[in-house]
Design a protein around this ligand. Structure first.
Ligand code: GLP
Length: 241
């Protein structure tokens, strides 16, 4: 694992954006695996800035997002489709038709998951996967468990994830209890993985992810086995290491 230290969130965002920017420049028709949450917001802002300066071209890029809440419509302002549109897609020249997010409105979980796996296969897999890190070590919405997931799956969110994500909703009761998420097997098949981690509240889990045993109880620990992972973290997130 390559660990890249940043002074603060701003520097972290620039470094992460640099890596994505290099990917898009070297392979303009690449497939980017994208993430939501607060961690990648600054990275997206930086990419938008460079796009506006004429330094980046997303016209041939395809994207597949990690996850989506089950039951939320794309125009619901808490859906991850809405997040991606407002935080990135609406501001750059990516073809919306080539941006994929699991279908939160599909009530049949098996169908939703199968269809999303077919999309990932059809686009030829992921060149660069961007990840945030949940406080319990989850990636996407792959929660701690007794085994690693393979393909897209429907998960029951843990109490700690519901608690962490309630800040985006009017009340805790509004947080959906289930989500569709890309599986760990699919994430591990990405050619490159970029993880952005910020803040003191992530320091303990980041240490477990990097230095602890590889275990499905800390889903992100499996990244230790991937040949090309870069973690960009700020000083606060690295403070326990
Ligand atoms: C959510 C998302 C994850 C994200 C995590 C951390 O649960 N499903 O993909 O990495 O939150 O979010 P944040 O970056 O806001 O801490």
């Amino acid at each position: 694992m390559n660990i890249c230290k940043a002074k603060d969130y701003k520097e972290l965002s620039r470094k992460a954006a640099n890596i994505i920017s290099a990917q898009v420049t070297m392979k303009p028709d690449c497939v980017l695996g994208l993430a939501t949450g607060s961690s990648p917001v600054g990275t997206y802002e930086q990419l938008i800035e460079w796009y506006k300066m004429g330094d980046l071209d997303f016209s041939n890029v395809t994207s597949v997002n990690l996850d989506e809440y089950k039951g939320l419509a794309p125009d619901n302002d808490q859906s991850y489709r809405y997040f991606m549109n407002t935080n990135l897609f609406d501001h750059v020249n990516i073809e919306k038709m080539r941006t994929y997010v699991p279908n939160g409105l599909e009530p049949n979980s098996k169908k939703a998951c199968r269809e999303y796996d077919e999309i990932i296969e059809k686009v030829g897999g992921i060149d660069l996967q961007l990840l945030g890190l949940g406080h319990n070590g989850h990636i996407g919405f792959n929660e701690p468990s007794d085994s690693f997931t393979k393909g897209t799956n429907c998960v029951d969110l843990t109490e700690s994830t519901i608690e962490a994500n309630k800040r985006f909703f009017e009340s805790e009761a509004d947080v959906p209890r289930q989500a569709y998420t890309m599986g760990i097997g699919t994430i591990m098949k990405a050619k490159k993985i970029l993880v952005v981690v910020s803040g003191k509240d992530k320091a303990d889990i980041l240490k477990k992810v990097v230095c602890g045993p590889v275990t499905p109880e800390v889903p992100a620990s499996i990244l230790q086995l991937h040949p090309d992972v870069t973690i960009v973290a700020d000083e606060a997130a690295l403070s326990e290491m």
